[in-house]
Design a protein around this ligand. Structure first.
Ligand SMILES: NC(=O)c1ccc[n+]([C@@H]2O[C@H](COP(=O)([O-])OP(=O)(O)OC[C@H]3O[C@@H](n4cnc5c(N)ncnc54)[C@H](OP(=O)(O)O)[C@@H]3O)[C@@H](O)[C@H]2O)c1
Length: 258
């Protein structure tokens, strides 16, 4: 099936992480030119003819601006951006005990960082609007933003804001710049990546999680990357403001005996 992604420029944030790396592989296989963003360590990302690496701590406005500029200089206008970077503080911290520092850090990286990348993406789109045909943004949210996540209110609040307030506002703004522009979100449940490996090493956590899912298995990074690829492709040309859940049929209640 033709995705329409060949030779388009796709920018992926947090591309050095588990889900980001799977996205890079998938988009390269589709023939896209990919800018892969990382913060501390590019890990398995290796520069190539169709892969450009950029570094930025999303807590820095200047760094985000430079990363987007570098991408545009290398591969031209960015047609699709997947805003995937994120942090999840592994410690379980009740709101009553959460420091303002933790709250600000998570909101800063997961939500404000997404805002900064969205803003720079839309600015470069506005300047190069005649050179793209189906621009789109995909935010990687989380089921934490749908069901909430006890003792991780910083993370679940940032993810709700991304999937609802941001996705549904930006979908109406992007069309003022380009009439075919779309904005969507993917909400993964638990995925086996470095972010989740600590929690998933505990069999009690795994049993609890699996008891809330129809399909009793943990997602792979490729499961999430596939949904993202679909949303940026021309197969989803009439889909905007939506959330695809990649959760194995998770509900906010127990479905199976543990
Ligand atoms: N894994 C799960 O179970 C799960 C479930 C639901 C949603 N998600 C979401 O999926 C997305 C990807 O998660 P993942 O599991 O692939 O996580 P991961 O392996 O920990 O990767 C996180 C990525 O975010 C980047 N990052 C972290 N802090 C940053 C900062 N200050 N500035 C710029 N980049 C920063 C990291 O860059 P460096 O490592 O280079 O610093 C890395 O590329 C996240 O938004 C996460 O919330 C994950």
């Amino acid at each position: 099936m033709e995705t329409g992604l060949r030779d388009t420029h796709v920018f992926i944030t947090g591309a050095s992480g588990g889900i980001g790396l799977a996205m890079v592989e998938l988009y390269l296989a589709e023939g896209a030119r990919v800018t892969a963003h990382y913060n501390t360590d590019p890990r398995e990302l290796v520069k190539s003819e169709r892969l450009h690496l950029v570094q930025a701590d999303v807590l820095s406005e200047d760094a985000v601006r430079s990363a987007v500029q570098s991408a545009v200089e290398k591969f031209g206008v960015i047609e699709h951006i997947v805003i995937n970077h994120g942090i999840w503080i592994e410690d379980s911290v009740p709101i009553a005990d959460m420091t303002l520092e933790q709250w600000n850090r998570t909101i800063g990286v997961d939500l404000t960082g997404a805002f900064l990348f969205t803003r720079e993406y839309l600015r470069q789109l506005r300047e190069n609007v005649d050179n793209v045909s189906t621009p789109s943004i995909v935010y990687i949210g989380s089921t934490a933003g749908i069901f909430g996540e006890e003792h991780h209110a910083d993370y679940s609040s940032a993810k709700s804001a991304l999937m609802y307030g941001m996705t549904k506002s930006a979908k109406n703004e992007i069309v003022r710049i380009h009439p075919m522009g779309r904005v969507n979100a993917v909400a993964p449940g638990w995925v086996r990546t470095p972010m989740a490996e600590g929690a998933l090493a505990d069999s009690k956590v795994v049993n609890r999680v699996l008891s809330t899912m129809a399909l009793r298995k943990i997602a792979t990074p490729t499961d999430v990357a596939n949904a993202t690829l679909f949303l940026t492709s021309k197969l989803a040309a009439h889909t905007s403001g939506d959330i695809i859940e990649v959760t194995g049929g998770m509900e906010g209640r127990t479905l199976h005996d543990r």
